[in-house]
Write a protein that binds this ligand. Structure first.
Ligand code: ADP
Length: 320
């Protein structure tokens, strides 16, 4: 193996840059050439390639997003798109590819290897931490920190005005962020898609808290469970208390990576290069039970990640 390619794909996540830095520097130190592919698979199809030097990844360890840019590509999913991407890899003598992204990107990487024969390795990066086969994905810790800081700030206003706030966090189908940040922010109620809920019960719980002298309340909802506006409207009608809705939205995606995202980015990035050098392919760097490991890329869709509902139960007790 002489030359490898690296790209970032799908939703951006903090920690992509630290991982990219680790990939580029580990590869160069080990005598490999590195080609950065801009804008994910769309860039691969278009041949948007740039040689990476040690200095190309200088000053990015503390930056959110991805300096390689990211994109979604419908064309890549087609047979013609995969053939074109394969041609670009071969024409540019790229004999190993590292894909930093989410499970969609890994399905794409898997198919690309089938078509091109070029070994691929995945590095999991998505703020939702919902990829099978790994207990950690880059960007999750930064997203939690950002969402918790927002809850803390909103709590100041909620306390001052003695109001109820409903805060919507990301999580279209999974409640990992909501469950964790609800606990970290001491939310009075947490709504996630995986667990059925009853807004009447939520209101009755808030009512008891108010009767006991609670000055404010915060409800955290994952976007896939219920919209903050719908919940706020219901709560205001039911309790006849002023209730405000805030959608954190894209603020959760960006921001300087936390120490955890930098350290995990460094470890995943270095391991990805080692895996290619060891002749491995269709693998993903992963975190399991406190250890850095590698698992087949297919684990990302074959082993759906379980949400630990004990976080919700603990919060029920602590935020009563
Ligand atoms: P993420 O990687 O964050 O889950 P997406 O699901 O949007 O993000 O996937 C990123 C890109 O990966 C898509 O735009 C597409 O080009 C490619 N991709 C996703 N699913 C497949 C698939 N089943 N086959 C081939 N390519 C795919």
């Amino acid at each position: 193996m002489k030359r490898i390619g690296v790209l970032t794909s799908g939703g951006d996540a903090s920690g992509m840059n630290p991982a990219l830095r680790a990939v580029v520097r580990t590869a160069i130190v080990n005598g490999l050439e590195v080609i950065g592919i801009e804008r994910g698979y769309e860039g691969l199809l278009n041949g948007w390639l740039r040689p990476m030097e040690l200095s190309s990844v200088g000053g990015i360890i503390n930056r959110g997003g991805t300096i390689l840019r990211t994109a979604r590509s419908e064309r890549f999913k087609t047979e013609e798109g995969l053939q074109q991407a394969s041609r670009i890899l071969h024409d540019n003598h790229i004999d190993g590819l590292i894909v930093i992204g989410g499970d969609g990107s890994f399905r794409g990487a898997h198919r690309l290897q089938e078509v091109s024969g070029v070994p691929v390795i995945g590095i999991p990066a998505t703020i939702d931490n919902d990829i099978g086969g790994t207990e950690y994905t880059l960007g999750y810790d930064t997203a939690l920190q950002v969402a918790m800081d927002a809850i803390d700030k909103i709590r100041d206003t909620a306390d001052s005005f003695e109001r109820i706030f409903v805060i919507e966090v990301m999580g279209r189908s999974r409640g990992f962020i909501a469950a964790a940040v609800g606990l970290a922010g001491g939310a009075e109620a947490v709504l996630i898609p995986e667990v059925p809920f009853d807004l009447v019960q939520v209101c009755e719980k808030l009512k008891k808290g108010i009767a006991r002298g609670k000055r404010s309340a915060i409800i955290v909802t994952a976007e896939g469970a219920a919209s903050a506006h719908d919940v706020a409207t219901f709560v205001e009608m039911y309790l006849r208390e002023e209730t405000r809705a805030t959608v954190l939205g894209y603020t959760q995606r960006g921001g300087s990576p936390t120490a955890t995202d930098r350290i995990m980015g460094a470890r995943f990035g270095a391991l990805a290069v080692e895996l290619l050098l060891r002749g491995q392919s269709r693998m993903m760097t992963a975190w399991q039970r406190g250890e850095l490991v590698s698992v087949p890329l297919s684990a990302t869709w074959e082993q759906p990640r379980e949400l630990d509902t004990s976080l919700l139960k603990l919060n029920e007790v602590l935020a009563s």
